[in-house]
Structures are given as C-alpha cells and as structure tokens.
Design a binder for this molecule. Structure first.
Ligand code: FE
Ligand code: CA
Length: 529
C-alpha cells in the first residue's frame, strides 16, 4: 500500500476536534502600507518559515534581505540601517481574512534583520496561516499549526523528514514534492547547507565560491539556500522541527574539534559564526536557542496529543571526538577495526554529552505517547563493514563510533518500556530500514529509518550491499536515488514511504515511491509493505 496519499482535508484539524478558535478583529495589511521603510527592492527574498509547534503557538520566521548575497560585510542582505519594523498577521484561514493575531516586530542589525516571533496563547490543534509586511512590501503566505493539547486524542498525523540538500549538485525538487504532500510537519535532520564548495562541477554554484568560515560567508550561504523556491515552498507548507549535522559548520566536526585539526579555540570562533548564521535563518525558538558565543541549545521535545512525541537531538555540539581522532590525517570520520582503534569501544564516549543524554533518558522514561520518535542526524544501527582482508571495521563518525552510548540508549529504551520507539536520521545519503538491537541475535528494541539526501551524491551501493551478510538487522538499504521519507502515523501503525525524484539535476524532476514499510503498534522493526 502506498501512503501517504494526498490529503483531501486537514485530518489533523478534524481529528483534533477543533474547527475554529476565537477570532479578534485586527486591521488587515491588505491594501495598507505597514510600518517600515520605502523599499526599492523586495526585502522578503528569503521566504518565510514556521517551526516549534506547541499546543498554544509556534515560531514564525523571516529575514529582511533585499540583496540576499551582498558581498559587503557592512550590509548583510543589503541592509544597513538599524531596527526595521516588520508587521505580521496570523489568520485561521488561508486567505488571511480572519485574523487572530497581528502586530509589529523589529528586525535588528545584530540578528542580520531576521525576525523570530514566539507566538503563544492560541487554541491548540488547528492550522493557521501567516504573513509578514514591511512598508509596502509583503511576504508570501505560509501555513503552520498549533499542536493538539498534550494527551488529547489524535488519530492521525503526517510528517516528512529530510536531510542533505547540497545546492551545488542538484535542484530541490524533493522539497517541492514534499510541500505538495501538505504534511502536518517537516523534520530537518541536518546538512541543510554545505559549507564547502564542490570539487566536481555541479548544476549550480555556491555564489561566493569559497568555503564558509566566518559570519559573513555563513550568512550568505544560508541566505542563498533560502532563495531557492522549492526550499521556500516546503517551509511555507508546514511548520518544521530542526536539527543539524556537520555541514552546517564543517564536515565531520565533533564538538570543538575540526577535521582539519584547527586549534579548538579558533574552531569555536568558526562554530560561533556558523551557529549564529544558523539561528538567523531558522524558525527556532529564541527563548531556547538564541546563540551564546559558540553555544546554541537546539535539542528539544515536541508532543502531538497522545499520538507522537519527537525527541530532537543535537549529535554534534556535545559529542566526544571521533575515536582515534588524534592520529595524523585521521580528522573526522574514518573506518577502524577493533584492533586498530580500541578507543572506539570506551564506555565513557558519548554522542550526546552527559546533559543531553540525561535529558533524553528522562524524557523517554516519562513519555506517554503511542509513538516516540528520536529525530537526529546520523545512522544509529551497527554496521559491520567487512574489509577486503576479511576483517570487520566500523565508521567512526556515526553511532558506530559511539557504541557504548548507543548501548546505553537502547538499554534504557528497553528497560523503560518506551512505547514504539522509532529513530530517524540522515547524513549517509542512503535509505535504510533497520532493526535496532542490543545483541546481534537478540530482540529488536527499536525501529530505525534513515532518509536519503535531497540532492547530495550517494555513496557506493555495491559497498553497502556487500556488507549485508554481516548485518542481518538491516532490512533495506539503497543509496542510488535522492528524495525524502513521508510518514503517516495512527495509533495502530506507522506507514513509511521512501520517496524518490526522477533526477536531482532536473529542476522539474517527478516523484515516485521507492519502497513502503510499516511499523505496527507494540512490534518493533520495519515490515515491508
Ligand atoms: Fe550530507
Ligand atoms: Ca553529514
């Protein structure tokens, strides 16, 4: 069976049983000039976005950038003057005729004229539409939602998860097709941008031609991605949950360590610039995520009624270094056998850092939702990679580099009897459907699905297939196509569709479904559908 099918109505709204909140009369922006300057160029070139859906609100985002790729460090996005007023409206209908909230925020130079509105006080479990205006300029209209109340019955929810959108090597047709599915939610699992410039020629260029390394270049990289119409369409279609992987900063970085062995103090300055630019371009909650130097809290938990809870993790900021990192030419991830790198197995090593591990374990132990999704950046399942000499090796940058941490997590999931744990991930530019186990022949503790890249090149399919005999818990692997994963959840089951685009180098690529899996309530593991 192929799921999800295009919705005819907002099932999310219907199932939440709420068809209209109290509306208040507010002056419409239609036909009016909002406060703000007299623009000579459209300031809404980066689109709009929403995120952080809660039972009483969400975050709305935009960034004013009349010249989005300004080369002048003194005028990011083509802006130079101080605070700029940005009006907003929130409506219960797509034509913006029934306003429930409106107001004016101020876009500040220190935030690169981004706006993060933390909206609260709205009724739960229904869709909303929003837009921005400044002077005579207006943004497009986006759709968002409030989550159903904690514990409220919810009989269906649809979400997509995405990762690895390299602008240079393809067009973002996969984002456009996901937007067309009108999911309730989109989960971004990292590599939203790529900081480097490609070695092989792609279909389009990172405009500045240099690897992002400071605030100006990270800002312009994020801005360029946000100018993409397909990326704008997926943000306008649904609220999102955000986490990052490595390329938001640098390939295979770990905490304060760069793959190029930069002095950690220097690397933290780069990380601070990258995190700040990330904040400025994402609909994340300022009260949680406003960056503080090189630190930015991103991990968070999101509940949707009694149906599903997402624990969104940060797999980069707090992790131990990759095992055997310090050897010459060994920066970032690499393949190690147990003999070549016993350090990989050390029990103190963590993918999450102690505070996040505790936060995750506490949350999972208290979870009462039917489905419990751990949304994070990289492959979690063990992957035994048999080398040409017959020895077994592991990749050190994903959870295979942190096996003690993975074992703690899976043991906790089992011991706390977490209901229907499902791990989702990205990074590997490969679809995976896996059983997560504590012991190779033992029971399945949790289910894992990994999505392929939106555009980034896939690794060798033949290599993945050659590893399968040593990894019977891997039920499916395919790195040959680009796309995303669409999920429909009901109390009885999770339907997972691996969607692929016809050609990531074709801006008009069409969509098809590669494979479908289901996960049944109280039965861990992907089942082919
Ligand atoms: Fe990637
Ligand atoms: Ca990655």
């Amino acid at each position: 069976m192929t799921l999800p099918t295009p919705p005819t109505r907002r099932r999310f709204l219907q199932s939440a049983g709420i068809v209209g909140g109290a509306s208040i009369l507010a002056p419409s922006l239609i036909g009016c000039v909002a406060p703000g300057p007299r623009w000579t160029r459209d300031p809404f070139t980066l689109g709009i976005a929403s995120g952080d859906p809660r039972p009483d609100g969400f975050v709305l985002w935009t960034r004013l950038a009349p010249d989005p790729l300004s080369a002048d460090p003194a005028t990011p996005g083509g802006m130079s003057s101080g605070g700029v007023p940005v009006a907003y409206e929130i409506s219960t209908d797509p034509s913006m005729s029934v306003l429930v909230r409106s107001g004016t925020a101020t876009a500040l130079a220190e935030d690169a004229w981004s706006v993060h509105l933390e909206i609260t006080g709205l009724p739960p479990g229904r869709p909303y539409w929003y837009r921005f205006a400044s002077g005579a300029a207006q943004s497009g209209i986006g759709r968002t939602m409030t989550a159903p109340a904690i514990g409220a019955p919810l009989d269906k929810m649809r979400f997509g998860f995405v990762s690895c959108s390299n602008y240079e090597v393809g067009y973002f047709s996969a984002y456009r097709h996901l937007a067309n599915e009108q999911p309730d939610l989109v989960v971004f699992l990292g590599d939203y941008i790529y900081e480097h410039v490609g070695r092989r020629p792609g279909v389009r260029l990172h405009s500045d031609g240099v690897a992002a390394k400071d605030l100006r270049t990270y800002r312009n990289r994020y801005a360029q991605y946000h100018t993409d119409p397909d990326l704008q369409s997926v943000h306008a279609a649904a609220p999102c949950l955000m986490t990052w992987d490595d390329h938001e900063v640098q390939n295979d970085y770990a905490n304060d360590l760069s793959e190029t062995f930069d002095d950690p103090a220097q690397f933290l300055k780069r990380r601070a610039a990258a995190y700040r630019a990330y904040y400025e371009h994402m609909p994340v909650r300022p009260s949680l995520s406003y960056p503080n130097g090189p630190d930015m809290r991103l991990y968070d938990r999101f509940s949707f009624g009694d149906l599903i809870e997402f624990s969104v993790l940060d797999g980069r900021q707090y992790r131990s270094s990759q095992a055997c990192y310090a050897r010459p030419n060994n920066g970032g991830g690499h393949v190690e056998t147990d003999a070549s790198c016993p350090e990989r197995l050390e029990p103190a090593r963590s993918m999450l850092g102690p505070a996040q591990e505790k936060w995750l374990f506490d949350g999972l132990a208290k979870a009462t939702t039917r489905w419990n999704v751990i949304a994070q950046d990289v492959l979690m399942a063990e992957l035994r990679e048999r080398q040409s000499d017959g020895r077994i090796a592991h990749w050190t940058d994903d959870w295979n580099g942190y096996p003690a941490c993975r074992e703690r997590l899976l043991r906790h999931i089992r011991d706390a009897s977490v209901r229907n744990p499902v791990v989702i991930g990205g990074d590997s530019h490969t679809f995976w459907a896996n059983e997560l186990k504590l012991d190779p022949g033992g029971p399945t503790v949790a289910t894992e699905f990994v999505g392929t890249s939106i555009t980034s090149y896939g690794p060798s399919y033949d290599a993945w297939v050659s590893y399968l005999p040593d990894n019977p818990h891997v039920k499916f692997v395919d790195s040959r196509q680009r796309g995303y994963v669409a999920v429909e959840v009901t109390p009885q089951r999770m339907d997972v569709a691996m969607r692929v685009v016809s050609d990531a180098t074709d801006p008009k690529a069409t969509l098809s479904t590669l494979r479908n899996f289901i996960v049944e309530d109280k039965r861990a593991g992907p089942v082919s559908a």
